[in-house]
Design a protein around this ligand. Structure first.
Ligand code: SF4
Ligand code: SF4
Length: 175
């Protein structure tokens, strides 16, 4: 039987690209080994940054040697495929849809702004809507709509309670 993880994850990369999360928490004692793998550590060596420096296209370039946290992480789609709740082709369709929604967001990103930065700024705008002028709100409207659609889809199919939906703890962090 095909292993859903190797079949799906190597064509996805959404948990590595910054679409799902802005960072990956790690134990400080794992930091030296992760740094040797080329990952960019942050938060006093308590996390590494996304998009991951080892992501190439939709695939992890160190897949066989990827860190334990990457090896053990399972998004909702992967969990459902492994449990036999959805077929592999259904899982692939959800990944394709999420990647398409991510591309729609990327197409609207201002020059030099990463997906993780855009999501953090969007969360801040959503948390305090009254602080933004009408003009600024209108300027952000297409991007905010695309981010909302993407994140609702990711919340519904990919994220779970172990890595909370809109990652509000990212607010205020230096990503
Ligand atoms: S988001 Fe899910 S399917 Fe995609 S690479 Fe991560 S664990 Fe695999
Ligand atoms: S090391 Fe590989 S699996 Fe882990 S976040 Fe980076 S690209 Fe993804």
């Amino acid at each position: 039987m095909t292993d859903p993880s190797s079949s799906l994850c190597t064509q996805c990369g959404l948990c590595c690209s910054g679409a799902l999360f802005g960072e990956v928490p790690i134990s400080p004692e794992d930091a030296p080994a992760l740094e040797q793998l080329g990952l960019e550590l942050k938060q006093g060596h308590r996390a590494f940054s996304l998009p991951c420096a080892r992501l190439e296209g939709s695939r992890c370039s160190i897949y066989a040697a990827r860190p334990t946290i990457c090896r053990t992480y399972r998004c909702g789609v992967l969990q459902a495929a492994e449990a036999g709740e959805i077929r592999l082709d259904e899982a692939r369709a959800k990944i394709a849809k999420a990647r398409s929604l991510t591309q729609a967001v990327r197409a609207l990103l201002p020059h030099g702004i990463s997906l993780t930065q855009a999501r953090r700024e969007w969360l801040a705008r959503m948390a305090e809507p009254a602080t933004e002028s009408g003009e600024s709100r209108a300027a952000h409207a297409p991007l905010d709509l695309a981010l909302t659609v993407l994140n609702l889809y990711l919340d519904r199919h990919f994220r779970d309670e172990r890595r909370p939906a809109l990652t509000l703890q990212e607010l205020g962090r230096d990503t």
